[in-house]
Design a protein around this ligand. Structure first.
Ligand SMILES: Cc1cc2nc3c(=O)[nH]c(=O)nc-3n(C[C@H](O)[C@H](O)[C@H](O)COP(=O)(O)OP(=O)(O)OC[C@H]3O[C@@H](n4cnc5c(N)ncnc54)[C@H](O)[C@@H]3O)c2cc1C
Length: 394
């Protein structure tokens, strides 16, 4: 039987970030077990927006810490994560002006470089943008997007260089326990004995946790994106956009296309073992319509590709990052709810601190606790933009 100090289940960006940070903190024997290949889950399909605009300070703090990584990836991790600092514009209907202002004030208090600009100023940043339906736009010059696969791969390379062991094409079939103590995992290639197990299994977490009688209310959800070629008259000054009016997000891709996700295209209750990796025509039509509302010049753009990924949604659409009671040694990063790419550097760092120092140091993870549901404390942001559960993936 193999042994490890920590077993990480899942080779997505969160499992890999945790493995990297654990090894960096001096944990000698970290093993990552990945059923398929690195980035095989939501990570490889991610839109990979990197922004700090959240409507609560807890996720903002994770995003602020993580942005430092994306900006200095070569120094902090090594290699290139493909981060493009093109800026972010957040558009919300006028009824949410006070929320937009409150959130920007909160972000500024946490050190974010952000301010409100007028629609005219937004138009000057991107002359193809039509935003006469909003009164103010939140602008984050330092945000942008990364390459989710190179982000995952560079985390993995750095982790491997620090001694992390990888078991690919290997499925964890059971988390093993003795009483309330974790003793390791059973896999399709044998058992690994370990006092610490971190579940970072994305849309597949339930089948690992439910046999331990841990029910977190997690529901797999499908997130879909479509790619449209810029017409010749589209400005190449293309930022990233969170369009809370039309429930969509957009970013440039490949120097001449726009990648768009339209929130109403998310399907809950998807089967993580059986889903289409491409999108139906009606979703392409929906994306084109939403894109054209914001960028009329793109009404007749050519569709150049699309894909679907599967992720895990928590009951309040906020991640769960916790040590799972009653088991000693069982941790999870679960219920990413479509928004845990950009925060993965800080999430991995905090979980590693928790495991090696007894508690997360960089950001307080109390709001992300699993017990909030049984306590009746569903997490609702005071200054959200009228979004309900199901507005994910950006
Ligand atoms: C279309 C789309 C767009 C998105 N856009 C954004 C965005 O713009 N910004 C943002 O921040 N987030 C975005 N997200 C969400 C983000 O990608 C996810 O939150 C993040 O990638 C989750 O990473 P993870 O490591 O937690 O899970 P995953 O990447 O899903 O990794 C889980 C891994 O665990 C493995 N696994 C599962 N069960 C087992 C087992 N029993 N044994 C071994 N291995 C197992 C899986 O094969 C998988 O590789 C998007 C997601 C999608 C799908």
């Amino acid at each position: 039987m193999e042994t490890a100090d920590v077993v990480v289940i899942g080779g997505g960006v969160n499992g890999l970030s945790a493995a990297f940070h654990l090894a960096k903190a001096g944990v000698k024997k970290v093993t990552v077990v990945e059923w398929h290949h690195l980035g095989a889950g939501a990570t490889g399909k991610s839109g990979a927006l990197v922004r700090t605009h959240y409507s609560n300070e807890h996720e903002t703090k994770l995003a602020v810490e993580s942005l430092k990584y994306f900006e200095h990836w070569g120094d902090l991790v090594g290699g290139d994560c493909g981060f493009k600092k093109v800026g972010l514009l957040v558009l919300a209907t006028s009824e949410f002006n006070s929320h937009l202002q409150a959130n920007v004030n909160m972000h500024r208090s946490l050190g974010v470089n952000t301010h409100l600009i007028t629609p005219k100023e937004a138009y000057e940043l991107d002359p193809s943008l039509k935003c006469d339906d909003v009164s103010w736009v939140a602008y984050e010059p330092d945000s942008g997007y990364a390459d989710p696969n190179t982000t995952a791969f560079t985390f993995a390379h750095a982790a491997r260089d620090l001694g992390v062991n990888f078991e690919l094409d290997t499925k964890v079939t059971e988390i093993r326990t003795s009483g309330n103590t974790v003793t390791g995992v059973a896999t399709t290639r044998g058992n690994i004995k370990s006092p610490l197990v971190l579940v970072a299994a994305g849309a597949w977490a339930n089948e690992l946790l439910e046999p331990l009688n841990i029910k977190l209310g997690l529901v797999p959800g499908l997130a879909r994106v479509t790619l449209f070629r810029w017409p010749p008259d589209r400005s190449s000054r293309h930022l990233t956009y969170l369009d809370r009016v039309n429930q969509s997000w957009m970013r440039p891709e490949g120097g001449n296309c726009t990648l768009i996700g339209a929130e109403s295209g998310v399907h809950h209750g998807a089967n993580p073992y059986q889903f289409s990796e491409s999108v139906p025509q009606e979703y392409i039509d929906l994306c084109r319509e939403k894109l054209a509302r914001r960028f009329p010049v793109m009404r007749h753009s050519s569709m150049r590709g699309n894909w679907a990924g599967i992720l895990m949604v928590s009951p309040d659409s906020k991640p769960i990052i916790d040590q799972l009671q009653p088991y000693d040694g069982l941790f999870c990063i679960a219920g990413d709810s479509g928004t845990s790419f950009k925060t993965s550097p800080a999430i991995g760092k905090c979980v590693a601190e928790w495991i090696t120092q007894g508690k997360p140091i960089t950001v307080d993870l109390t709001p992300f606790r699993a017990t909030r549901f049984s306590e009746g404390e569903l997490w609702i942001d005071e200054n959200d933009y009228g979004l309900h559960r199901g507005t994910i993936s950006r």
